[in-house]
Design a protein around this ligand. Structure first.
Ligand code: GSH
Length: 229
């Protein structure tokens, strides 16, 4: 049985989307980031980096969302082609998300939403780089329904971060392929179910306030309201 340790954030949703899309049974273990549960010894035995998401599969622990998506794709035989070239196309875009898009949009959220004193240099730097990455994605999506043609773990990794564009204050104006891909992703029942994992919708506001307060105390790195896209 797969145990999922997560919280309702873009990195967490990547994995809940994948599990829902695969129809793999799993047991949900919410990790309360506001309370700092991710820094406890028991959790760091599962996720040494002290961050969500993480899974345990029959006791075997995997952390880092990109590695988890790859692991689940191999386990299920879904959403990662077996032929070398298509497979490596998907893996390249997965790594592009992990090394670029996620960290940059994450910093845009942080500097736009959670800082008391605005830092114009940081807002411009992370905002411009996020927008540049959105433009890269837009070019890749031209002529394709999904990032690598067929829907794959690359889409599941990228979507939760692009979906947060308003929250990150990174415009998607003029990115016509991205604008069409966002609702195409959202229309997938597995994506919709995956996005609902973590907290009951009626608790979003209360939860966001709690996370925002925790962030100000240095307890959590980011929040993304469930209804931001
Ligand atoms: N590279 C990691 C990033 C994980 C990450 O930043 N998780 C955030 C939530 S999206 C977290 O756990 N933050 C709590 C903290 O930093 O204490 C991954 O993709 O799994």
């Amino acid at each position: 049985m797969i145990e999922l340790y997560t919280a309702p954030t873009p990195n967490g949703w990547k994995v809940s989307i994948m599990l829902e899309e695969c129809g793999l049974p799993y047991e949900l273990h919410p990790v309360d980031l506001g309370k700092g549960e991710q820094k406890t010894a028991w959790f760091q035995d599962i996720s040494p980096n002290g961050r969500i998401p993480a899974i345990r599969d029959d006791g075997f622990a995997v952390f880092e969302s990109g590695a988890i998506l790859h692991y689940l794709a191999e386990k299920s035989g879904r959403f990662l082609p077996t032929e070398p070239h298509p497979r490596w196309q998907v893996l390249q875009w997965l790594h592009w998300q992990m090394g670029g898009l996620g960290p940059m949009v994450g910093q845009s959220v942080s500097f736009n939403r959670y800082i008391e004193e605005p830092v114009p240099y940081a807002i411009a730097r992370y905002g411009n780089e996020s927008r540049r990455l959105f433009e890269v994605l837009d070019r890749q999506l031209a002529g394709r329904d999904f990032v690598c043609g067929e829907v794959s773990i690359a889409d599941f990794a990228i979507y939760p971060w692009v979906r947060a564009h308003r929250w990150a204050r990174v415009p998607i104006d003029g990115l016509t392929h991205v604008e069409k891909w966002l609702p195409r992703m959202r229309a997938r029942p597995g994506v919709e179910r995956g996005l609902s994992v973590g907290i009951p919708e009626e608790e979003v506001d209360r939860w966001s306030e709690a996370r925002r307060a925790a962030y100000k105390k240095g307890g959590a790195s980011m929040i993304t309201p469930v209804d931001e896209a």
